[in-house]
Design a protein around this ligand. Structure first.
Ligand code: M6P
Ligand code: ZN
Length: 199
């Protein structure tokens, strides 16, 4: 690599390395979501409690670089969703709308097999399967959830969104997504959420 001497003080650009294999950045801490943080997210509550009783587990972790939350700036990072299921439902992120609803997000998949589940406030559902090298554009107004459908490897994505977008979890916490992604006969299957909006 060319060593360029830059004698500019207080440079504003950032260069951050994300390991292509693990998705992690050697010098950034990651936020962790444990199974105990996913109360009410899984359809099979009995199985959720059974697993939790045997000990908490990490479901996913992500770098969400704290950039100034201004509309002119971008927030970006990586998410690692581990392989696993609660009953027949795959490990997944909580899922959220953006507080600034009319903002988009881009995902780029580095590893694993995943599904990006999206839903807007009118109930329009979009589903994109992702494998390494795929990018998906989440349009403004859509809630989004990353789901790991791999058998035994993490689903790793790089993401970027408008830095002031914010995260609105309440709608998903209260209603859930209209669709669930489960494993049926060994195959990832999309089904209607039998408990949608009746928590
Ligand atoms: C995504 C990004 C982040 C998000 C993270 C965890 O990669 O959209 O903004 O925080 O995954 O997902 P969630 O916030 O739904 O738990
Ligand atoms: Zn988002």
């Amino acid at each position: 690599m060319v060593k360029i001497r830059m004698d500019i003080e207080n440079i504003e650009s950032k260069k951050i390395k994300f390991n292509l294999d693990t998705g992690f950045s050697p010098n950034q801490c990651s936020k962790k979501r444990m199974l105990s943080d996913m109360e009410g997210m899984y359809n099979n509550i009995k199985e959720y409690r059974n697993i939790l009783q045997k000990g908490d587990k990490i479901v996913y972790e992500f770098h969400d670089l704290d950039i100034n939350q201004r509309s002119a700036e971008l927030c970006y990072g990586t998410t690692v969703v581990y392989p696993g299921k609660v009953g027949d439902e795959y490990y997944m992120t909580k899922g959220h709308f953006h507080e600034v609803l009319d903002t988009a997000e881009v995902y780029y998949s580095l590893k694993g097999q995943g599904i990006l589940l999206m839903e807007n406030i009118d109930g329009r559902i979009e589903i994109q399967e992702m494998e390494p090298g795929d990018s998906v554009y989440v349009p403004p107004g859509f809630a989004h959830r990353s789901i790991n459908i791999s058998k035994n490897e993490p689903f790793i994505t790089f993401f970027v969104y408008r830095a002031d977008a914010g995260h609105d979890y309440k709608t998903i916490e209260n209603k859930g997504f209209r669709k669930l992604v489960i494993e049926r006969n060994g195959t990832p299957t999309i089904i209607d959420n039998p408990n949608w909006n009746n928590k």
